[in-house]
Ligand binder design. Structure first.
Ligand SMILES: [Zn+2]
Length: 202
């Protein structure tokens, strides 16, 4: 895959988006819902406000609801998750100056994951969102069985699915087996399997 980078989108009339580039600023579905303006409003100063906006974006995209507990927020995250695979191999354009921290850097990290790792990370993120929603008595947004299908898929020995996410987006089992092998050996019912997966991956 080609090396991708962040490009500064210019607001001037002559600026044209280069080839193999996706605009991810606030005019797009990929925008950061945590804005510098909001943070300035509640008393942050300039450099910290920008850093905090990105620092809040990272766990939020990974499914954390601690800074945004609304269904609207979950739907907004889903708009990004659904289209993240489109960002693979693309440069990303945002209005942030180069050298300053920007949420596009987080998107670049996700887009650089191997296809399978990205798929698993997206599914585990959705499972995490629904687990928090269930905890608050809210309706699930996702189909549990469809999520379980992604998370239990048998994959090659290079991709064992385990308990710990080593940072590459693939939760790995401690014994190196795949989740399917494990669940078959446990003879678990589908409902129990799904509950266990949501627990592990969320
Ligand atoms: Zn930016």
């Amino acid at each position: 895959m080609r090396t991708t980078t962040r490009i500064q989108r210019q607001r001037t009339q002559g600026w044209r988006k280069p080839d193999q580039c996706v605009i991810v600023d606030r005019t797009s579905n990929f925008g950061n819902p945590f804005t510098v303006a909001q943070l300035l409003d509640i008393g942050y100063a300039e450099p910290e406000a920008r850093q905090t906006a990105v620092a809040e974006f990272r766990p939020w995209l990974r499914g954390s609801r601690s800074n945004s507990q609304s269904t609207e927020g979950d739907q907004r995250r889903e708009k990004i998750l659904a289209r993240l695979p489109e960002l693979r191999g693309m440069d990303l354009a945002c209005t942030c100056p180069p050298g300053e921290t920007c949420h596009a850097d987080v998107l670049l990290e996700w887009a650089a994951l191997p296809v399978l790792a990205l798929e698993v990370r997206i599914a585990s993120t959705r499972a995490r969102v629904d687990r928090q929603r269930a905890f608050r008595g809210e309706r699930p947004l996702y189909d549990e069985v469809a999520l379980a299908a992604v998370l239990t898929r048998d994959v090659g020995p290079g991709y064992p699915l385990v308990d710990v996410d080593l940072g590459n987006g693939i939760p790995q089992r401690w014994d190196g087996g795949t989740w399917n092998q494990h669940l078959r050996s446990q003879r678990m019912h589908q409902g129990a399997v799904t509950a266990r997966l949501v627990e592990v991956f969320a």
